[in-house]
Design a protein around this ligand. Structure first.
Ligand SMILES: NC(=O)c1ccc[n+]([C@@H]2O[C@H](COP(=O)([O-])OP(=O)(O)OC[C@H]3O[C@@H](n4cnc5c(N)ncnc54)[C@H](O)[C@@H]3O)[C@@H](O)[C@H]2O)c1
Length: 293
């Protein structure tokens, strides 16, 4: 089947990026979210990302204009799905919210539509049945889309096998490197490894073994990385990280979830709100003196 029309369900941090890349790659993209103010905010963030991409020579003004002409926004799910070939769902990382979204999608999407979720840690089999099209359902999980370009393809036991090569081709057309997760596994490949790092950083901090800055410094200096674990969480979003960590019942994860919740309750969700563990747009770890200790 030929994919032309892509619908993004959930136009937050990741939905915006996936949809923008899809529009840049020549697809017609509809962004859906639950309210107009959220979509207005998405347009502001979209503009900011495009400016960064132009600055980094990853996008030209001509490409930007062409991408903009292929994008539209709506809060009406029915119209978002009318002629949809492919869904990329990036709603809040909470099972009950995703279940509600997929139930509605299953009722409204045309028979041709391929269903994919961008969930970070849930399994596609937790959502496939409620979508009412388990054979058309697969996880298609992005990282940051423009700089971290791996896309995980993770089927569940009854995903139609013919979807896999199609998703590999789609991933390549979206300038991603597709990788296949052969068996359902929470966190796919990269996130499974990342979780171990972030969990360890959280443990060092909540047990007051080291400061956040020194934890980040250790990682950044030794691995020549631009960001440490707490900077990474700021980028992911503290709320998204919290949704994952709070589900773990071991004591270190619960302590880390408590710390994240304190920041969230203070409105510090990370880069997207201007403050998380660090303040943006100029976080301390980007200061030239930060790595000197
Ligand atoms: N943030 C990351 O770095 C990252 C990376 C890879 C994957 N993901 C995954 O992407 C998904 C979204 O994460 P995010 O960071 O973009 O979250 P976000 O909070 O920035 O955005 C979520 C969006 O979903 C919307 N939403 C909630 N209920 C909805 C519904 N019923 N229908 C449509 N939209 C709805 C919210 O209004 C919000 O705009 C999660 O599953 C997350 O695990 C996130």
């Amino acid at each position: 089947m030929q994919i032309k029309n892509i619908t993004i369900i959930g136009s937050g941090t990741l939905g915006i990026r996936i949809g923008l890349q899809a529009a840049i790659s020549g697809y017609q993209v509809i962004f859906y979210d639950i309210s107009e103010p959220i979509l207005d905010q998405a347009k502001i963030v979209m503009d900011k990302i495009m400016r960064q991409l132009i600055k980094g020579n990853l996008l030209t003004e001509e490409m930007k204009a062409a991408a903009l002409s292929r994008m539209s926004y709506t809060t009406d799910l029915k119209s978002a799905l009318t002629d949809c070939d492919f869904i990329s769902e990036s709603v809040t990382e909470e099972l009950s919210i995703k279940e509600k979204a997929w139930k509605q999608i299953g009722e409204l999407a045309p028979a041709k539509t391929i269903f994919t979720t961008n969930t970070s840690y849930l399994l596609p089999s937790q959502l496939a049945t409620i979508s009412d099209r388990p054979e058309k359902f697969c996880a298609f999980h992005f990282h940051d889309v423009f700089y971290a370009r791996v896309v995980d393809i993770m089927p569940h036991p009854t995903t139609d096998a013919s979807l896999i090569p199609l998703l590999q081709e789609l991933g390549k057309s979206l300038n991603q490197v597709p990788v296949i997760v052969k068996k359902e596994s929470p966190g796919y490949i990269f996130n499974f490894m990342l979780m171990a790092l972030l969990g360890a950083a959280g443990r060092l901090k909540t047990k007051d073994i080291a400061s956040m800055e020194d934890i980040d410094r250790s990682w950044m200096v030794n691995f020549h990385m631009p960001t440490g674990p707490f900077g990474i969480i700021d980028n992911i979003g503290l709320d998204t990280a919290w949704h994952v960590v709070k589900e773990r019942d071991d004591v270190p994860s619960q302590s880390f979830a408590k710390l994240l919740k304190e920041y969230i309750d203070a409105g510090k969700l990370g880069e997207k709100t201007g403050e998380g563990f660090y303040k943006y747009p100029k976080p301390a770890y980007r200061d030239v003196d930060f790595l000197k200790g």
